[in-house]
Design a binder for this molecule. Structure first.
Ligand code: NI
Length: 265
């Protein structure tokens, strides 16, 4: 599909200054509605469960039959090719090149579906806290809601300019090493500076790997569907490795499932 979007110089400058960007028109509202059905289908099928690509971010996730509290699907475009053959994807490719340069490539996608009225918050975190402490990352996440994103249903919130910070200490959510999701220590520190980005369908936000971000619980009567595309330029080796001790603490059922699936491949 042919891209229809190009960011303005103002948008690009804003992104590099603030560490995030809100884009009103990544795709059309029609396409967002069409992809919403595809998205709901793969979640109802628990697509990727046997491949280690389906997980629950906030529970022990050790029961294949239990209703997940905050389900995530890794590589959803593998299970729903419509996501890759979309205007959304074509425009996201352009945005990524504009923001990270010609070296950038599509890394991965994932999807987080917050059920109506019972979704947990995705606590404050920096995405790079999940990565290797030995590398510096040049990555962005393009976060695309497939219905309106509001304060009520858990729109994206950022701390402006936090992309210039180091990675703050994190811990597994609830200090439970069996939980895969990470939360920054002292999350209350960030609330006062948070900027919320409400969006209409077709809009998106973009943030860097170090940008501090959060989405609230979903208090609405509809699911809050987020589709996230990650792009990266090649990471660079750090002179001094960091200590991401929180990664060594984690022992999750998902890690075991993913390792098991990799072994069978
Ligand atoms: Ni994140």
């Amino acid at each position: 599909m042919k891209a229809t979007l190009a960011l303005t110089q103002e948008q690009i400058a804003f992104f590099h200054r603030e560490g995030y960007l809100s884009i009103p028109n990544l795709t059309t509202s029609d396409e967002a509605a069409r992809l919403r059905d595809v998205y709901d289908r793969i979640f109802s099928e628990r697509a990727g469960r046997e491949h280690g690509d389906h997980l629950d971010l906030v529970t022990h996730d050790d029961d294949d039959q239990a209703e997940p509290a905050l389900p995530q699907i890794l590589k959803p475009s593998k299970y729903a090719p419509e996501l890759a053959q979309s205007l959304l994807r074509a425009n996201a490719d352009v945005v990524a090149r504009q923001l990270l340069g010609p070296e950038v490539s599509f890394l991965d996608d994932h999807a987080i579906r917050k059920p109506a009225r019972n979704g947990a918050a995705t606590p404050w975190h920096q995405d790079e806290a999940y990565n290797s402490p030995n590398l510096d990352y040049h990555q962005i996440s393009i976060w695309v809601p497939l219905q309106p994103a509001t304060m009520l249903n858990g729109c994206m919130q950022f701390v402006p300019r936090s992309h210039r910070w180091d990675i703050a200490p994190h811990h597994p959510i609830g200090h439970d090493p069996k939980v895969i999701g990470l939360e920054v220590d002292d999350p209350d520190l960030y609330l006062a500076d948070a900027v919320a980005c409400e969006l209409q369908p077709g809009g998106a936000t973009v943030h860097l790997g170090k940008t501090m971000h959060y989405t609230g619980p979903n208090l609405s009567d509809d699911a809050r569907r987020a589709y996230i595309l990650m792009y990266a330029a090649p990471p660079t080796k750090r002179d001094s490795p960091r200590d991401f001790y929180w990664l060594r603490q984690q022992q999750t059922a998902w890690q075991a499932r993913a390792a098991n699936a990799a072994e069978k491949r």
